[in-house]
Design a protein. Sequence first.
Length: 149
Amino acid sequence: MRRRTCPCSSGKPTAICCGKLHRGLPASAPEELMRSRFSAFALGQVDYLIATTDPEGPRANPDRAAWRRELLSYCKATDFVELNILSTEWELGEPEGYVTFKVTLVQDGMPFSFVERSHFVRRADPAKKGAERWYYVDGEELEDVEIKA
């Protein structure tokens, strides 16, 4: 059965939220890419995760087959429960940005969460001449913060 609500916690249907990015529409901003990547983890869409990771960044793995297996194993072993965007640092037109978020996950029946500040860059899209797209570079885990309602 297909999931109706997008895993990114937007409350929107997946098809009109992150699903459109998973089908090839480029993200328009770092937060949109962050949400779509969380959804890709939740849905096991590892090819999307690889395609949206900066090929020049520290998270890229030149052994794509091994990278794909590693991501798939992580996705299968993890329930991606919730994503809370805490802040976005990005100005329209700037080639890099940061998104700080808190995720709640479950592995082996044990819930846990963490806060991360992720770094994103906009680079030339090798698949589309003259086009640019956002990529995930890396992230820094932060101390847990209290989310204000």
